[in-house]
Design a protein around this ligand. Structure first.
Ligand code: PPS
Length: 570
């Protein structure tokens, strides 16, 4: 363990102990209570152990926590804007009572650190949200996390690291602060400008980072966050592959890429200050800070959480204390008339500029549209295209829902045959009865069992769609909530086409293929959908098939037509 000589002055505090001590702690961990870390806690632990969060020695105790919230400083006065806390549950509190050490483990059970139990307290979460993020709105991702996911208690204490959390991806791009400092030193570089990002980088980013590093004669460190970013962001695997390709477009040796396993809070100004301290620990001397740095965007009503330059201002006000310079990021825009990127403040009033937003880009990718060269680089786009293939190359789920006897299975079978005519790949059919035989054996028809059954189908379907496969599901799925959960889960991976197989109950009852309606009417089956259990009509189905008025072919045609319209079938 290194000793910190000068907070923010250049030293870093690494918390992983020597091998011999680590073995002692590992053995001891079997006999003390353990806490299994969540994804976010794991990211925090990694930054604590490697020195990215120097000068912190562990999770904050109450005095430091209060002080950080009140004045963005630890109780000793050192600048530190973000509360780094270990949240635990009431059950955890009971388990650790009476112990002075607790083992921190990852989800697979590997002991990563021993925490010397310090303060245990119940925080006022509203006050924390207001002070740290300036809002108690659940639309702010960190506030939502704090209120909905974080445990009710905080456990503070110094850490002795047993080992760093293991990683298996992009190992050549993961560095500790010490490794990065050594790397820069070995290159003889003393001026390093960091670029923080959680998005893919295109031409505008390349132009601005290129300019920034040349203007101040500094080596550029592209330092993307690969821990946790804003929900809905592009996954880090895709981003890192695209950053790698982007490196080819910088002059040789000008830019380096290293991954930061940080869990962002989207905390705007405080987060920017935190980013500066972290980058300082990683050996950087400058940080590029732009408009709305680390902000979560706008609230539903359109009001932004933070002012556009609040982050820049706050960090600027502390540059001397930090020993870190801010490089203001001026928005670079494309000027088609001169085929050039320019800082927005250099663009004349009558000059036309062009841009493509992240959402527009994703739309263009899934529609298979060509991405203009002025916007990005072929290598970068190639990587994004792999993750966002055009609709015709994505998987999809056709989810048929309706009463028993409404015709779901018949349409499902006809549709499967139709799709097999077109595609060479298999089409999986998850029919109600089949699922209950293999996937949901043992489940009954209570509300909870039905939900479990329907969500299991949704989970399996989402996996098939993720692998770009085609799946047809045909359960009754009587509850809107379950269908909505499935829709969200499947749409993350590809297409979800809900088909309401709409036949009046009298028609279904008349058909009564399995004789179940008769049994239900006779009271021999309880909780039968449509008789004494509800069927909630789908709110926004992509297709409605009226099977009392259409032939099977006509209903199937409707689904196929919709698939073509949505471009899943070309
Ligand atoms: S659910 O609600 O989505 O979980 O139902 P599902 O798994 O699709 O139901 C499959 C078949 O179970 C038969 N069955 C019942 N249906 C409704 N209510 C009750 N109580 C019930 N008991 C048995 C019924 O035949 C369903 O098949 P389909 O193909 O829909 O006729």
């Amino acid at each position: 363990m290194l000793t910190l000589i000068d907070p923010h002055g250049g030293s870093i505090l690494e918390l992983v102990v020597e091998n011999e001590r680590a073995d002692v702690l590992k053995n001891e961990s079997v006999n003390i209570p353990s806490i299994t870390l969540t994804g976010r806690q794991l990211c925090d632990l990694e930054l604590l152990l490697c020195g990215g969060f120097s000068p912190l020695r562990g999770f904050l105790n109450q005095r430091d926590y209060d002080s950080v919230l009140e004045r963005m400083r630890l109780s000793c006065g050192t600048l530190w804007p973000m509360p780094i806390t270990l949240d635990i549950t009431e059950a955890d509190v009971q388990r650790i009572r009476g112990y002075d050490r607790v083992a921190l483990r990852d989800i697979t059970g590997v002991p990563l650190a021993s925490l010397h139990v310090g303060d245990l307290w119940k925080p006022d979460k509203e006050a924390e949200a207001e002070k740290a993020f300036g809002t108690t709105s659940p639309e702010h991702p960190a506030v939502a996390y704090l209120m909905d996911q974080a445990g009710s208690y905080y456990l503070g204490g110094d850490l002795e690291g047993i080992q760093m959390p293991p990683h298996y991806d992009f190992l050549d791009l993961r560095h500790t602060p010490r490794q990065l400092r050594n790397f820069f030193q070995s290159r003889g570089r003393s001026r390093i400008v960091a670029f923080q990002t959680r998005n893919p980088m295109h031409r505008a980013h390349k132009e601005l980072t290129d300019r920034a590093s040349r203007d101040i004669d500094a080596q550029l460190l592209i330092h993307p966050v690969v821990g946790m970013t804003k929900p809905g962001d592009i996954d880090h695997y895709t981003r890192v592959r695209s950053y790698r390709r982007l490196l080819d477009y910088y002059p040789k040796g000008q830019a380096s890429l290293s991954l930061l396993p940080l869990a962002m809070r989207m905390g705007g100004p405080r987060e920017a200050l935190w980013h500066a301290i972290i980058r300082k620990n990683y050996g950087c001397t400058h940080l590029i800070i732009g408009r709305d740095h680390a902000g979560p965007g706008k609230m539903k009503g359109g009001t932004p959480f933070y002012g556009p330059y609040d982050a820049q201002e706050l960090v600027k006000a502390h540059t001397e204390e930090l020993g870190m310079e801010v490089v203001p990021f001026r928005l670079m825009v494309y000027v088609p008339a001169s085929d050039l990127y320019k800082p927005i403040d250099e663009v004349a009033e009558n000059e036309t500029t062009l841009d493509i937003s992240g959402t527009e880009l994703r739309g263009m990718l899934v529609r298979g549209e060509e991405i203009p060269e002025w916007f990005s680089y072929p290598g970068v786009i190639e990587e994004l295209q792999k993750t966002y293939p055009p609709r015709g190359q994505q998987g999809f789920a056709v989810f048929l829902t309706g009463l028993s006897g409404s015709g779901k299975s018949t349409i499902a079978n006809a549709l499967q045959a139709r799709l097999l005519e077109i595609f060479s790949c298999p089409v999986t059919l998850l029919d109600g009865d089949v699922v209950r035989t293999y996937l949901s054996k043992g489940l009954g028809f209570s509300k909870i069992d039905r939900s479990t059954n329907v969500q299991r189908i949704g989970y399996v379907a989402s996996e098939i769609v993720k692998h770009r496969g085609i799946v047809i599901c045909a359960p009754i799925a009587p509850y809107e909530e379950d269908r909505a959960i499935n829709r969200r889960r499947i749409e993350r991976e590809g297409g979800y086409i809900e088909v309401f197989v709409d036949a009046p109950i009298e028609v279904c009852e008349r058909r009564d293929v399995k004789g179940l309606y008769a049994k239900a009417r006779a009271g021999m089956i309880k909780g039968f959908t449509g008789i004494d259990d509800p069927y909630e009509i789908p709110e926004i189905p992509e297709v409605v098939c009226k099977t009392d008025k259409e032939t099977v072919e006509e209903s199937t045609d409707l689904v196929v037509k919709k698939l073509r319209e949505l471009e899943f079938l070309i």
